[in-house]
Design a protein around this ligand. Structure first.
Ligand code: ACO
Length: 382
């Protein structure tokens, strides 16, 4: 009998860590952060509180939240040479690439060289949560030749992000929808970028490398990059009437065609976060009006349900989040960076957890290559 371990592509159903940060039941669409349903947090809480909850393990006391909020507000500003760096990046580059580059540089300006000092680890945690929105908005503005705006300590995390991006303070409805989206994207058990963060953290790399690696993983279209792809897809469809002909043509050309924003390794029903995004979006649309892309997305969901529903493929969180961001006037290529400025809370929670009793990740492989191959000197090769 073979003793070779079973290979599971994509590590499906293979536990990669023990974690108390979040819980997901994909059959019931139940997601909890430290035991609290995410729907409740999206409605009742704010991003700062959720970040603390994820990283520290419990809801903060009033005093803890006030101090945490204060500490974040005072770490939003970035070194002027980091702004110079952002200005030097190619204006047509992707904001995720700019974020990736700048987070690495952030670690050079505000170093956390070893991970053995809890005070330094905490400072880097605050710095990453606080400064990533500054970095994202700095590039988003600088590439258009606009002035980089200084963070405002009188605004909360979401409102300040919106202000730094657009130069305007958000309305209460806009702030709420943005804050809810940050909460809903803050953590999601052992997804690809969180796994990346834990693997990187297990080498005792510094937290800027941990978050940088996770940003790279998030950028792909099968993960965080999907929210941007959904908008391109909706633009290509163009109208509610074209949903059916568009999808029929795509499936005829490629039976394995993937609708962006649908499907998930764990969920076999509609992602509960997508439903919450829709609820808060409806409130925001009351101020603006329902965008055409939202109507197209609703029709696409309806048509896809009949085709993909029997396979358990339903909208994930990114099916509607991009539509919402676009309605707030946010450029399409900034959607995935917004995902990153939310998910950094989850990445850091997992990083702190990984450091307790850490063991470096070193999985096995099933070798499929050749053995004992004779080396032929270059001169003897054709
Ligand atoms: N549209 C159509 N069919 C799909 C879709 C989709 N979006 N997603 C999965 N399927 C089908 C596959 O073709 C496959 O069919 P088959 O069994 O006939 O071969 C089956 O469902 C399983 O699909 P896999 O890709 O093997 O599932 P996996 O669990 O590996 O991937 C993933 C999950 C990557 C999310 C996938 O559903 C996908 O590519 N979705 C589109 C991209 C997307 O929206 N990503 C965001 C994920 S959520 C997040 O990161 C926030």
């Amino acid at each position: 009998m073979s003793t070779e371990p079973e290979y599971r592509p994509g590590l499906e159903d293979v536990p990669a860590a023990k974690s108390a940060v979040s819980f997901l039941d994909g059959k019931k669409a139940r997601l909890e952060y430290r035991g609290i349903p995410v729907e409740v947090l999206a409605k009742e809480s704010c991003f700062e509180e959720v970040a603390w909850l994820l990283i520290k393990g419990d809801l903060p006391t009033q005093k803890q939240l006030a101090e945490f909020d204060h500490d974040l507000r005072h770490r939003r500003a970035i070194h002027y040479r980091l702004k110079d760096l952002v200005k030097c990046l190619p204006a047509d580059g992707h904001p995720m690439d700019a974020l990736h580059a700048t987070v690495a540089a952030l670690g050079m300006f505000y170093p956390c060289k070893t991970v053995s000092d809890p005070a330094k680890n905490w400072d880097a945690t605050l710095r990453l949560v606080a400064a990533m929105p500054t970095v994202v908005t700095a590039f988003a503005r600088a590439r258009r030749g606009e002035e980089i705006l200084e963070p405002r300590a009188d605004l909360d995390h979401s409102a300040n992000f919106y202000y730094m991006l657009t130069g305007k303070e958000p309305t209460p409805a806009t702030r709420k929808v943005l804050d809810a989206c940050l909460i809903l994207h803050a953590e999601h058990t052992m997804n690809a970028s969180t796994f990346t963060a834990r693997v990187t953290g297990s080498t005792l790399a510094n937290p800027y490398h941990v978050v940088g690696a996770a940003i790279g993983s998030l950028a792909g279209p099968l993960h965080g990059g999907a929210n941007e792809e959904v908008l391109h897809q909706l633009a290509e469809i163009g109208s509610v009437e074209n949903v059916k002909p568009w999808l029929d043509a795509k499936r005829a050309a490629d039976p394995k065609f993937k609708v962006m924003g649908l499907g998930h390794r764990v969920y076999k029903v509609k992602d509960g976060r997508a439903t919450v995004v829709q609820e808060v979006a409806e409130q925001a649309f009351a101020e603006t009006s329902r965008p055409k892309t939202y109507e197209i997305a609703l029709e696409l969901e309806k048509y896809c349900e009949g085709i993909y529903g029997p396979k358990g493929i339903y909208p994930n969180v990114d099916f509607y989040s991009g539509v919402v961001y676009q309605s707030l006037g946010i450029p399409v290529d900034v959607f995935t960076p917004i995902f990153a400025i939310a998910r950094v809370a989850g990445w850091l929670a997992h990083w702190h957890e990984q450091l307790v009793g850490n063991r470096i990740f070193r999985p096995e492989q099933i070798s499929t290559g050749k053995h004992d191959v004779k080396y032929v000197p270059l001169a003897e090769r054709p």
